[in-house]
Design a binder for this molecule. Structure first.
Ligand SMILES: Nc1nc2c(ncn2[C@@H]2O[C@H](COP(=O)(O)OP(=O)(O)OP(=O)(O)O)[C@@H](O)[C@H]2O)c(=O)[nH]1
Ligand SMILES: [Mg+2]
Length: 228
């Protein structure tokens, strides 16, 4: 694939202890995108060192000195990519192997239709191996977020999103943990960002299930949101 199409785009990859899979994620991403920023959230399994080996493919590594959470990692990434004056677009993409680089390409291209933000939705696309309980928890989170942020979305907690520069600059995330996903959705309205959703695939493997968010964490996230 000719990566020149995405010369003005940075992919932001938050990563916390993903040594088993981050190499594959970066291989797939760098085949399509010339600029990738990995934010290593103080991993202790060598994730950062693996990311460094992709330097020649255009991967840049930013490291948190202590673990701060995915929201903080994304905000660090946003600030890093905003420091590039040529950055016109960004994509957020989890390190854990659950997204497809081809979906990132599609979302990035949809920005060209005049949207500030294009959100990935597994409920418009597919998540074949998602457990039933996870589906119920996520759908509940979608319902809550739609009401609290006054939007109408089908998936509010998907790590794959594309944004233009104005949207990246407007994010200013303050929730360091998983509640950042609600914050991003809130920005759509408060910052008057034009947005749409696009179906994407989310893959749940044995690995991602063991590493991903425990369902009980939904309660912690809700507490984070209510305590703001
Ligand atoms: N859990 C967690 N993930 C982090 C952190 N910092 C960065 N990340 C990265 O954030 C991304 C998403 O984390 P996940 O725990 O898989 O969250 P999720 O994809 O919303 O949840 P699942 O659907 O259960 O996989 C991954 O790329 C992580 O490596 C952190 O402090 N905790
Ligand atoms: Mg995950």
């Amino acid at each position: 694939m000719d990566r020149a199409e995405f010369d003005d785009l940075w992919v932001v990859v938050p990563a916390y202890n993903e040594a088993q899979v981050i190499g594959q994620t970066l291989t797939d991403l760098s085949a399509c995108f010339p600029h990738v920023c990995v934010v290593d959230d103080a991993s202790n399994d060598g994730s950062g060192q693996i990311a460094e080996t992709f330097f020649d493919q255009g991967v840049r590594l930013v490291t948190h000195p202590i673990n701060m959470g995915q929201g903080a990692a994304l905000q660090t990434g946003f600030e890093y990519v905003l420091s590039d004056p040529l950055m016109a677009r960004a994509v957020t993409f989890d390190a854990d192997g659950q997204h497809l680089a081809a979906d990132a390409v599609r979302l990035a291209r949809r920005l060209g239709d005049g949207f500030d933000v294009v959100l990935g939705s597994r409920f418009l696309g597919q998540a074949p191996d998602m457990g039933r309980l996870k589906r119920v928890v996520l759908k509940t989170a979608v319902a809550y977020t739609n009401v609290s942020a006054r939007v109408r979305l089908t998936d509010t907690h998907n790590g794959l999103r594309a944004m233009n520069r104005r949207a990246v600059a407007a994010m200013k995330l303050t929730q360091p943990g998983m509640a950042h996903a609600t914050e991003i959705v809130e920005r759509l309205r408060t910052e008057r960002l034009g947005y749409t959703e696009e179906g994407v695939e989310i893959h749940y493997s044995e690995y991602s299930r063991s590493k991903g968010q425990p369902l009980l964490n939904a309660v912690n996230i809700l507490v984070d949101l209510l305590m703001r």
